[in-house]
Design a protein around this ligand. Sequence first.
Ligand code: 1CP
Length: 354
Amino acid sequence: MSANDRPTGQPTAPHDSAFLKACRREPVPHTPVWFMRQAGRSLPEYRKVREGIAMLDSCMRPELVTEITMQPVRRHGVDAAIYFSDIVVPLKAIGIDLDIKPGVGPVVEQPIRTRADLARLRDLTPEDVWYVTEAIGLLTAELGATPLIGFAGAPFTLASYLVEGGPSRNHEHTKALMYGDPELWADLLDRLADITAGFLKVQIEAGASAVQLFDSWVGALAPADYRRSVMPASRKVFEAVAGYGVPRIHFGVGTGELLGLMGEAGADVVGADWRIPLDEASRRIGPGKAVQGNLDPAVLFAPTEAVRAKTGEVLQAAEGLEGHIFNLGHGVLPDTDPDALTRLVEDVHTRTAR
Ligand code: 1CP
C-alpha cells in the first residue's frame, strides 16, 4: 500500500494523522511512532543508493533525498517521515568550509573562536538551500497523509561543532569560549539562532508539518549555564517559527536535569532519552506539552521478547499522559537490524490501538 492509497477511515491529510494529533495532545487512534535517524543508517537500501556519493553531496540532490526519506516510511510503516539532511547543511550552505567525514562526522576546516570569525556566519537565504525546497515539494506529493518532520541543529550543538572543529566528547573549547568570553558567545549563539530559524522556515514554507530542534549535546551543561548561555538563543528559534502553527519538538541527550528549561524555551513537544521514565520527564517538562521517547536504542540488539518487555515499560510510563510520541531515546544505531524496527512499530501500534 502506498502512502497515498489508504483504506477509508484513515487520515487523508497530515493534519489528521496520529502524529500531529499527539503533538497537539488530542486523542489518537494509536500511539504514533517514528525514529530519530530512521533515514539512512541501518537500511541496506540506503547504503545502496548512497554508494559512491559523499554525504553532503547526497543532501543536495532532491530526488535522492526524497528516496532516502521515503525508505523507512515504506519499510517500517512509521507515522512520520524525517527529512534526510544533516544539522551542518545550513552552515555549509552559507559557505563554511566543512565536510562530513565517514566514520567521524562533521569536520570544520577553520574553527570559529574569535570575533573576526563571526563575520563568516551570514544569514541563510532560501536560494542557499534551493534543493531543500525542491525535495520537500517532491516529498509532500509522495507522502500523502504521512507528515514530514523538518529539522535543524540547535545553536549550542551547532556551536560545539564550529568551535571544536569536529565531534567532541568534553566540548572543552566550546565551554572555554562560553565561560571566557560570554559576550562573544552570546553573539555567536544569536547568529546561529538566525541561521537555524531561517533553515526551519524554508522547510515549513516548503511543506514540512512539524519541526524538530536537535540540541543533541546540550546535556553537557548544568541548568544554570543552560538558562544563562543557551536558552535565549533556542527560545529565539522557537519564537521565530511560532507563527506557522506547526508543532515544534525539542530534543537533547542526557537532559534529565534540563527538561523544565527546555520546555520553557518554547517547544510544543519535548523529547527525553532513556535515562528518565516518561512520567517523570513529563512532570519536569510541565503541563501543556507532549512528550517524545524514549526506548534505549541499544535495547533493539536484545532478543524480541526483551524488546517487547522494554517497549511495554515505556508505554506504561506514558500511560495517562496527554500526547505521547513513541521514539527511541536517541538515534537508531547503525548496526540495528531493520526488522527489529519494523516489529517495534507493529508492536506499539497493536498495543495502543484504541
Ligand atoms: O533520520 C535521519 O537519519 C535523517 C538524517 C539525519 C539527521 C536527523 C542525519 C544524516 N543527521 C541528522 C542529525 C544530526 N547530525 C545530529 C542530531 C541527531 C543526533 O543527535 O543523532 C547530529 C549531532 C549530527 C552530526 C553528525 N552528522 C554526526 C555525529 C558526530 C558526532 O559528533 O558524534 C555524524 C556521524 C554525522 C554524519 C551523518 N549525518 C547523517 C548521516 C546518514 C550521516 C553519516 C554519513 C556518512 O557516514 O557518510
